[in-house]
Design a protein around this ligand. Structure first.
Ligand code: AMP
Length: 192
């Protein structure tokens, strides 16, 4: 299973990605978590990323490509992974395509979930979460950045029939159930 979560900040990507990763015993790779850990540890990457994150801007693509290539080449990621927060730009999506192609040339198939939620609900959710970049001004900027730079990926993947959309504006359990139904890996014996 190679799965990507799209959806605005606060859509519930992290929660759902973590639950499914535990269920399927594959790593949950959150680029936001990796970046926050780098900032906390004051690594060179963290120092470069910090100001972008504090403003609600995207960290430059080149830094993200290195992070993701490194993480997905680890032994625990060979059976699959769930990416949360990546790709966020067309440059990142194109890079990921190449990476997936190199890793599984048989084309086992990338799947993409779009968690659909209304804007007003994400502002409320994010303000309740209280992370340092969860103040109202930064939230509004992150939503704007999402619409401008990340939302185009929805048509990028749906044009290629890789996308499923799920209503993220329901209880956490209901979203998890919908995802499990839509994405359950088909046992080999049941494949046509
Ligand atoms: P997240 O935890 O996914 O909301 O990410 C928090 C912040 O980290 C974002 O607002 C960006 O500044 C940065 N970030 C995380 N993932 C990416 C990415 N794929 N591309 C660029 N910036 C990212």
């Amino acid at each position: 299973m190679q799965l990507i979560f799209l959806g605005p900040p606060g859509a519930g990507k992290g929660t759902q990605a973590q639950l499914l990763a535990e269920l399927w015993k594959i790593p949950h790779v959150s680029t936001g978590d990796i970046l926050r850990a780098s900032v906390a540890a004051q690594t060179i990457l963290g120092q470069k990323a910090q100001a972008f994150m504090a403003r609600g801007e995207l960290v430059p693509d080149q830094l993200l490509l290195e992070i993701v290539q490194e993480r997905l080449s680890q032994p625990d990621a060979q059976a699959g992974w769930i990416l949360d927060g990546f790709p966020r730009t067309l440059v990142q999506a194109t890079f990921l395509d190449k990476l997936v192609q190199e890793m599984s040339p048989s084309g086992a198939g990338l799947r993409v979930v779009n968690l659909d939620v209304p804007d007003e609900s994400v502002v409320v959710r994010l303000l309740a979460r209280g992370r340092s970049d969860d103040n109202e001004e930064t939230i509004r900027r992150r939503l704007q950045v999402y619409r401008e730079q990340t939302a185009p990926l929805i048509s990028f993947y749906s044009d290629r029939h890789q996308l499923v959309s799920v209503n993220g504006y329901q209880s956490m359990e209901a979203v998890t159930d919908s995802l499990k139904q839509l994405l359950s890996p088909v046992p080999p014996s049941q494949k046509p």
